[in-house]
Design a binder for this molecule. Structure first.
Ligand code: AP5
Length: 208
């Protein structure tokens, strides 16, 4: 099963991906996570990407497309994958089409998690992530259990100021992909404002 999770920053893509990995045994490919790892390791790509990420802007397409080309060819993607945060521009979506053609596979479903902008800022500024497990929490909506305070961190780009810029980037550059995939007949809309468990159930119902 080849899936893509689509939605605004904070719509719940990473949260839902963690459940789908377990349920379907396929890897999550999060360009955000790959970039954050490169930033942490201070690679050349990481240093370049950091300038954009800190400013709430999209990282240039050529960097992102290079990452995905390598990742989708890895062995663990042979039985399927969950794209999270990619593609985010029309050129990225076109590059993905080319790559999938080359690999002789296609996207089965694009799950669009619909959450209005007014919910996004509260979701993102309240997000906490576990350093050891990568689990995603929210101080109010999904509070951490059995996690030590010192193991939780807040992402550098999770400030109110940066979230507003990320939302602008989403509306200007990423939102056009909604019609791109709707026209292909593979996009399914899910109400992302329900609870985490309800959203998971709705996604699984669609995939079954
Ligand atoms: P990335 O890491 O992809 O961030 P994003 O798209 O902004 O998405 P988020 O990770 O912020 O949100 P999410 O939808 O995964 O929500 P989550 O599940 O965590 O990208 C970061 C940066 O990297 C970009 O700004 C850009 O610079 C760069 N980048 C990455 N990919 C790129 C690309 N393809 N091209 C160019 N640049 C790229 O949930 C959020 C919070 O809400 C959590 O606290 C969670 O607990 C809570 N929550 C989740 N679901 C619910 C629910 N149902 N009800 C209540 N709360 C909920």
């Amino acid at each position: 099963m080849n899936l893509m999770l689509f939605g605004a920053p904070g719509a719940g893509k990473g949260t839902q991906a963690k459940f789908l990995i377990e349920k379907y045994g396929i890897p999550q490919i999060s360009t955000g996570d790959i970039l954050r790892e490169a930033v942490k390791n201070e690679t050349e790509m990481g240093k370049e990407a950091k300038r954009y990420m800190d400013d709430g802007k999209l990282v240039p397409d050529n960097i992102i497309i290079g990452i995905i080309k390598d990742r989708l060819k890895e062995e663990d993607c042979k039985s399927g994958f969950i794209l999270d945060g990619f593609p985010r521009t029309i050129p990225q979506a076109e590059a993905l089409e080319e790559l999938l053609k080359e690999l002789n596979i296609s996207l089965d479903k694009v799950i669009s998690l619909n959450v209005p902008d007014e919910d996004i800022i509260e979701r993102i500024t309240g997000r906490r992530v576990s350093k050891s497990t990568g689990k995603i929490y929210h101080i109010k909506f999904n509070p951490p259990v059995d996690e030590k305070e010192e193991d939780l961190y807040q992402r550098a780009d999770d400030t109110e100021e940066t979230v507003k810029k990320r939302l602008d980037a989403y509306h200007n550059q990423t939102a056009p992909l909604f019609d791109f995939y709707k026209n292909k007949g593979i996009l399914v809309e899910i109400d992302g404002t329900k609870t985490v468990n309800e959203v998971t159930k709705d996604i699984i119902a669609v995939l079954n």
